[in-house]
Ligand binder design. Structure first.
Ligand code: MN
Length: 249
């Protein structure tokens, strides 16, 4: 059994497992620094309450772009809770076929998220950018200066040029196992320096073996990254912890 203590899962939906409290406890017992993202601000209070009793789990306040078509007005609630948290997500844009129609509403919401974070200062955001990388980066560039907040692009699937632009804007990238199984994405990784890398599972939306991934499964991502960068797993884990420390200032 490979130790999981000190690994980082910077994007996991702990409240979407059958037993939320158990999922939080398991992440904590595994010693995995886990960012529990949420998809609606209505989920914030319970996530925050469960995470507060742990050493390794923190909750993030989100409004998922795929829910904006039905829930745009919840941005008011999101704004009310913002002072309670340092972490924001899942937020961003989704330009894929099922969600393209709400793209203008998504942009309004994401812009408000960025403006509020810029005003507050010190927030860390985990950002969804499926089929919308250019628009996501345009909005970040216009509304959240790097010295006012940190951006982590989750499950990034843009081009090499878009990755370079994101790096110039100070963004980090959280990498999951599915990204490392695709040649297209491993090619992309070659342009991303190790000091901008974090790890994630995006559980339960990814699978490890025959079940939904859990935070402890981030050890697989860590091992695959080790192979990619030619380092041992412990060295990758230590780099990722350092990166997280720098990001958190
Ligand atoms: Mn997600």
């Amino acid at each position: 059994m490979i130790a999981t203590t000190g690994l980082v899962d910077f994007h996991c939906h702990l409240d979407l497992y059958p037993d939320h409290a158990w999922a939080v406890q398991s992440a904590d017992v595994a010693g995995v620094f886990t960012l529990a993202v949420t998809t609606t601000p209505r989920a914030w209070s319970r996530n925050h309450e469960l995470a507060q009793g742990t050493r390794h789990v923190r909750a993030a306040l989100g409004l998922h772009p795929q829910l904006v078509a039905e829930r745009e007005r919840e941005i008011d609630l999101w704004e009310c809770y913002l002072p309670e948290t340092r972490y924001v997500g899942e937020v961003g844009l989704d330009g894929s076929p099922g969600f393209f129609e709400s793209l203008n509403a998504q942009k309004r919401v994401f812009r408000r998220v960025l403006e509020n974070c810029a005003q507050a200062g010190g927030k860390i955001l985990t950002v969804h950018s499926l089929r919308s990388v250019k628009a996501v980066l345009d909005l970040i560039e216009a509304h959240l200066p790097p010295e006012r907040g940190g951006i982590v692009l989750h499950w990034f699937t843009g081009t090499k040029n878009e990755a370079r632009r994101a790096l110039d804007l100070g963004c980090y990238f959280s990498i999951n196992a599915a990204m490392l199984n695709s040649d297209k994405h491993t090619a992309l990784l070659q342009g991303i320096p190790l000091h901008r890398i974090l790890t994630e599972t995006d559980g339960p939306f990814t699978r490890t073996g025959d079940r939904p991934s859990q935070p402890a499964d981030v050890k697989l991502v860590t091992a695959l990254l080790g192979r990619f960068y030619g380092l041992c797993m412990a060295d990758i884990a230590s780099h990722v912890r350092d990166n997280l420390r720098v990001l958190l200032g």
